[in-house]
Design a protein around this ligand. Structure first.
Ligand code: PLP
Length: 280
């Protein structure tokens, strides 16, 4: 059975959803996106995802494609129509359709597209075993705080990881880890969780935001500072977070075993704490 997707106000079978070749998302990757998890049929961390979307749109001067209430309805309706109990909703807004020109028109309506993916997020075998990560140079642009659909460096990085039998690639700039290709990066040393502070160099992860709040409530010490790849190799634990992986323990970086080589106690506890909060 084909999925029902959303395109500019309409709910359509996926094969009937067609966009113009002049859409600036297609021609220039001129657009932004969000991915929201669905657990137990409910949206996880929806409000901060929409806050970040609003910021990405403002930074690029792209118009909202509909009202905020309508966008929430799109998410809920798509989950309902596709019977998504566990999975994700992907949505993107592109600047819209215009004659090809680098400079953009300010008066065109933006375009909204959204679809669902069924995924087993909770009982991920990766969470039990922990995952492997490789490191790669960070070759992205300098506005990584904007959740742009221009993702070629991340696709190349993820491909390198996959070919190396790894789950994720951590990107490194001037010796310091920025983040994963689609996740935020953390190490644990002497009981302290260390993660890079927010800036234009990384995306402000929604999962990161919730997790840091929950960790503080649990009195787990957090240090927001830059960390080097060498520190990561020598860490007691490492983990990553994203909307679709939640908290994922890392057991190997660049072929080097991290800590005991098994998911660490702090990463394991944080995954549990995050999931309990997400489901409550
Ligand atoms: N960093 C990058 C580059 C990402 O692409 C993502 C998610 O796609 C994240 C971090 C994690 O963000 P979130 O927790 O909002 O999914």
């Amino acid at each position: 059975m084909s999925r029902i997707v959303h395109l500019n106000g309409a709910y359509l079978p996926e094969q009937d959803a067609k966009v113009s070749i002049f859409d600036r998302g297609y021609v220039f990757a001129d657009g932004v996106y969000e991915v929201t998890a669905v657990i137990d049929g409910k949206l996880v961390d929806y409000a901060p995802h929409m806050e970040r979307l609003d910021r990405s749109l403002r930074e690029l001067e792209i118009a909202w494609p509909c009202s905020k209430d309508e966008l929430r309805e799109v998410h809920e309706e798509l989950a309902k129509r596709n019977n998504v109990v566990e999975g994700v909703i992907y949505m993107q807004v592109t600047r819209g359709v215009a004659e090809r020109d680098f400079a953009f028109p300010k008066d065109i309506p933006s375009a909204l597209m959204a679809f669902t993916q069924h995924k087993k997020l909770l009982d991920s075998p990766y969470a039990a075993s922990g995952v492997k990560v490789i490191s790669i140079p960070d070759i992205r642009w300098k506005r990584r705080d904007i959740k742009s659909i221009a993702l070629l460096p991340q696709c190349m990085g993820k491909q390198r990881a996959a070919e190396a039998g790894a789950f994720e690639a951590w990107m490194v700039e001037e010796g310091h880890v920025t983040e994963g290709t689609s996740s935020s990066a953390y190490i644990v040393k002497d009981g302290k969780v260390i993660t890079r502070p927010l800036s234009n160099a990384i995306l402000a992860g929604v999962t990161r935001r919730s997790l840091l709040r929950l960790a503080a409530e649990e009195r787990i010490e957090i240090e927001e500072r830059l960390f080097t790849l060498e520190e990561a190799h020598a860490a007691d634990e490492a983990f990553l977070t994203s909307a679709s992986t939640f908290v994922m323990p890392i057991v190997e970086i660049d072929g080097k075993s991290i800590g005991s080589g098994k998911p660490g106690p702090i990463a394991t506890a944080l995954r549990k704490i995050y999931l309990e909060a997400a489901r409550s």
